[in-house]
Design a protein around this ligand. Structure first.
Ligand SMILES: Nc1ncnc2c1ncn2[C@@H]1O[C@H](COP(=O)(O)OP(=O)(O)OP(=O)(O)O)[C@@H](O)[C@H]1O
Length: 949
């Protein structure tokens, strides 16, 4: 026999763990902690020796007596008690592996105190088992079958009965060599006596163990048979009297109810009818008693939905297969719940060509529908959004294309339907002539759908316009991608498109989606499995032609160990693939070709190129103050009034007050903060209004009218909101006086930037000189490109230091002469990453300002890339930058010459009129525009010549 040492865990009497069995038992805190340390120490699941205790504790001092034989068991799980209820025991799950014998020592009888530490103890393993003889094995099987049959007959639960039958069928197939193992399994699972289990555990010899098990089975089966016989005999003698007793009781109850009924009829002159019962027969029952009926209804509903799926389709096949499995699995089991919820998901998807009933169209849309489509679409866009003319124009083109494709598809579907109808009528005629046989009628049953009451209904034809699965035609245009800063109306434009097309709208927020399974669903093997966002949206919409807005695709997670969500999105958006989209949970190809996808993003930088390739980009850049005022007046204020229960007559915000909110309380490209601030004002006024209605203001002391008396006075309500009221309502303005703080300083120049969210603004470029050795230090989370721009700008300035009168000879380095200095350049908001070449002009101006001591006025901002030769080249994001500068009250903007067209095309006239634009070709022109003509003392006129070095 081989031996080893294992930690001992004493099983409390009468627990016994047999090999191949598992159980979970509570253990004390001390043992729990030892187990915890064992788990921590070992790489695999730890193994312990589970030894039964042979004596019952009669008093708290009873010392346990351990049995000689036990089981080496693997610790499968350890559950710690919750911290708030630490007196609860630990729970440990053990899985029996093999028999072990405690090696006898003088300390064989371990004390209960020793056992709390789970001491290591020597154990022996029995030698490899021999195969029992054929005769013993056969007897064992017969005995076991007899017992299992008995147990199945005795058990009341259907699931248990089925379990016993299953084991019996397994028994017939097992080999003789496996009978000792089966003996362990059966004795471990039938509710045997303690002594029998201990006998089996203590018999390591296979032949002997199988014989002991056979005897136990025969004994148990006989006991059960005899007790059944006795019970039946007693039953029979009692049942006659009992029957009579029960019937009499029932009769009395029925008579009592009838009397009550007649009395109430006489009193009311109406027949009593329980509101919850369908037939009025049940009285006094509540909806909570209707469980079984509801259950039956739900199942019938599920069945009807599966039958309504297209014949021969994948989803129907899957539905039928799962339905059959559902029927086989006992109700209330976990598996039953899993299949049920799967079928509910499967049947709630709007499959093509099923008799699914689409939700009724929104009645508010009917009026729009009656008008010509494009006019209605235009009206819809105008109703929902102010301005955005170019975008609306593009959307109208898009909607026209979608609509035309829809019409073509409808026409084709109609033609196909007509063709099929004429073919059917021809074949029907032929059938009438031949005479239908009974078999044909039977076969035809497959062609009808069933309603709730199982009445055959003619199958509903698929609605026209929905193309058949085989002749599929995607009725959609390109995928639109709205890009722009927050609050510029991207999401609400998507909603308007859905309204214009009279389709349902669903928004899927992809911000922070890191797991591919969130889009594709989890496989059903996963514990908390469920479908992905796409299927969830389809179910909510109830129609396959939904407008799905994929919000914030720029914030979707990159590829990681949870898969690649962006790749899953690619499949969704690709028209070549999305007619067979595979959700892992549903596991049947889903046709997404009718779905109209619209995406939104704040920036294009983080979107992968393949994803961008599939989209048509529509840029929204932000609004001017003028546009914001219109949007606020026409859209945001009415919306907030409605949301807060006031009407237009109860609040008047003056024009200067509204402008003050837009300029001093918000500084954004969109209108979301503006909407929030207006909401704040409206809510404040709503409280004042409610207080004035209540007439309950704070009690006020009446001066001179007796001390201490207080009278409540109705507060006077003032509907007008003026500029000076705003500080009281919204607090101190966030952007108040920001321009005043922006002062001219040596070495500081304002550049123009587009931030991560796509929002334009100004950014100071700060430089200082400090003692050093002619080095340049760049800080502020700068990327490689912007750092190179800084070096480039300094090189240009050093090269032209003599021309700019910074040095007295061309060979002098301005950073080394007269005193050696370093230059430190910093771009504030250090936590924000910055990159790109467009700060070249601003950095050059900052260096020149620092080295010459001349300042650039604080109302000037600039952007542009520079080359080593001193040329200024074009940059992107001009519209956002100019709007940002306008918001920051900058009045003069220096831009590259090549960006003139952007200003001309994209910047609103009212902004253009309020600002001065200087377009420059060279750095020298930029310096003159920034510092003012003639401010810097130029020595030569040959600045545009190539370098002579
Ligand atoms: N041109 C406009 N006319 C009327 N209302 C507008 C306009 N632009 C935006 N809004 C309103 O501003 C609010 C914010 O818009 P929306 O939610 O569509 O912003 P978004 O661009 O999707 O922002 P995000 O990028 O943060 O998702 C909405 O109430 C919307 O109706």
């Amino acid at each position: 026999m081989s031996s080893s040492k294992l930690p001992i865990i004493a099983l409390p009497h009468p627990l016994i763990l047999l090999p191949a069995s598992r159980f979970t038992m509570p253990v004390s805190r001390e043992i729990g902690e030892v187990l915890l340390s064992l788990i921590d120490e070992s790489d695999t699941l730890p193994v312990v020796a589970a030894i039964p205790t042979t004596n019952q504790p009669t008093s708290p001092d009873t010392e346990p007596v351990l049995a000689e034989w036990g089981t080496a068991a693997r610790v499968l799980r350890l559950v710690k008690p919750p911290a708030r209820n630490s007196r609860q025991p630990y729970l440990v799950s053990l899985h029996g592996l093999t028999r072990v014998r405690l090696i006898y020592t003088s300390k064989h009888n371990l004390s209960s105190e020793d056992l709390l530490r789970m001491p290591m103890h020597g154990v022996e393993y029995p030698p490899t088992e021999k195969v029992p003889s054929r005769e013993t094995a056969n007897k064992f099987k017969q005995g076991a079958l007899r017992l299992l049959d008995r147990l199945a007959k005795d058990s009341l639960q259907q699931s248990r009965k089925e379990g016993y039958h299953k084991i019996a069928s397994m028994l017939e197939d097992i080999t003789d060599a496996r009978t000792p193992w089966m003996a362990d399994v059966l004795i471990g699972s039938v509710n045997g006596e303690y002594a029998d289990k201990l006998a089996i555990l203590s018999t390591p010899d296979a032949e002997a163990r199988v014989q002991v098990a056979t005897d136990i089975f025969i004994k148990q089966a006989s006991i059960s048979e005899v007790s059944k016989k006795i019970a039946t005999a007693v039953d029979e003698s009692l049942s006659k009297q009992q029957k009579e007793f029960f019937l009499r009781q029932q009769l009395t109850a029925i008579q009592r109810e009838l009397h009550a009924l007649q009395r109430s009829n006489g009193a009311n002159g109406i027949a009593p009818h329980s509101p919850l019962s369908d037939d009025g027969s049940s009285t006094g029952s509540s909806e909570l008693d209707d469980d079984e009926k509801h259950e039956a209804d739900d199942m019938a509903d599920l069945k009807r939905k599966i039958e309504a799926m297209e014949l021969g389709s994948e989803e129907r096949k899957m539905g039928v297969r799962e339905w059959r499995r559902l029927k086989r699995i006992p109700q209330g089991s976990v598996e039953n719940g899993v299949i049920r919820s799967y079928l509910e998901w499967l049947t709630s998807i709007p499959w093509p060509n099923s008799t699914h009933i689409s939700p009724a169209p929104d009645p508010s849309q009917l009026q729009l529908k009656a008008r010509p489509f494009l006019a209605a679409a235009r009206a819809q866009l105008d109703v929902d959004h102010f301005g955005l003319e170019k975008i609306k124009k593009r959307l109208i083109e898009y909607l026209a294309v979608v609509r035309l494709k829809e019409m073509n598809a409808e026409r084709e579907a109609k033609e196909i339907a007509l063709k099929e109808a004429s073919q059917e009528s021809q074949s029907a005629e032929a059938r009438t002539i031949e005479g239908a046989t009974a078999q044909e009628v039977k076969d035809g049953k497959e062609l009808v759908a069933y309603d709730k009451n199982q009445q055959p209904q003619p199958r509903v034809q698929p609605s026209l316009g929905k193309p058949s699965r085989n002749g599929k035609k995607a009725v959609k245009g390109p995928i639109l991608l709205f890009v722009g800063p927050p609050g510029t109306g991207k999401t609400s434009l998507g909603q308007s498109v859905a309204k214009a097309l009279d389709r349902p709208f669903q928004r899927i927020s992809l911000g922070g989606v890191r797991d591919e399974a969130e889009i594709r669903g989890h496989r059903r093997t996963y514990v908390a499995s469920g479908p992905g966002l796409i299927v969830q949206a389809l179910r909510k919409a109830g129609r396959g032609d939904v407008v799905m807005l994929l919000d914030e695709i720029d914030k979707i997670g990159q590829s990681n160990f949870h898969g690649d969500p962006a790749a899953a999105l690619l499949e969704v958006l690709d028209p070549e693939q999305n007619h067979t989209f595979n959700d892992h949970y549903i596991n049947v190809p889903i046709d997404l070709s009718q779905v109209l996808f619209i995406c939104t993003a704040n920036t294009l930088e983080t979107i992968s190129t393949p994803l961008l390739d599939r989209c048509e980009i529509i840029q929204l850049s932000g609004y001017t103050y003028d546009e914001k005022m219109h949007i606020a007046r026409r859209f945001l204020l009415p919306k907030q009034l409605q949301a807060n229960g006031l009407d237009a007559s109860q609040i008047t915000i003056t024009e200067p007050a509204l402008l003050h909110i837009a300029t001093r309380y918000t500084r954004e490209a969109g209108v979301r903060s503006l909407e929030r601030a207006i909401g704040g004002v409206v809510r404040y006024k709503a409280v004042e209004w409610a207080e004035s209605l209540d007439g309950t203001t704070q009690p006020q002391q009446q001066e001179g009218k007796g001390s201490g008396t207080s009278v409540s006075q109705p507060k006077e309500y003032k509907s007008l909101v003026e500029e000076h009221d705003l500080e009281k309502i919204l607090g101190i303005a966030r952007w108040d006086g920001e321009e005043r703080e922006r002062e001219e300083r040596r070495g500081v120049v304002y550049g123009l930037v587009v931030m991560g969210q796509g929002e334009g603004g100004i950014l100071p470029v700060e430089t200082i000189a400090l003692p050093g050795a002619g080095k340049l230090k760049l800080t502020g989370s700068l990327g490689d490109v912007i750092k190179e721009s800084g070096e480039l700008a300094l090189s240009w300035v050093k090269r032209h230091a003599y021309d700019l009168c910074i040095t007295n000879s061309r060979t002098e380095d301005p950073l080394k002469f007269p005193d050696p200095i370093d230059i430190h350049l910093h771009l504030p908001a250090g936590a924000q990453k910055k990159d790109g070449p467009s700060a070249g002009v601003a950095m050059t101006c900052a260096f020149v300002s620092l080295l010459t001591g001349t300042c650039v006025p604080a109302n000037i901002a600039m952007t542009g890339e520079i080359t080593l030769r001193g040329r200024v080249t074009p940059v992107g994001g001009i519209k956002e930058k100019v709007l940002g500068a306008h918001r920051a009250q900058v009045t003069k903007v220096i831009l590259p010459w090549a960006n003139r067209k952007d200003v001309e095309h994209d910047v609103a006239p009212e902004v253009r009129n309020e600002m001065e634009f200087v377009f420059v070709r060279t750095v020298r022109e930029a310096l003159e525009a920034a510092f003012g003509r003639g401010t810097l003392g130029w020595r030569g006129e040959s600045l545009l010549l190539e370098s002579r070095l």
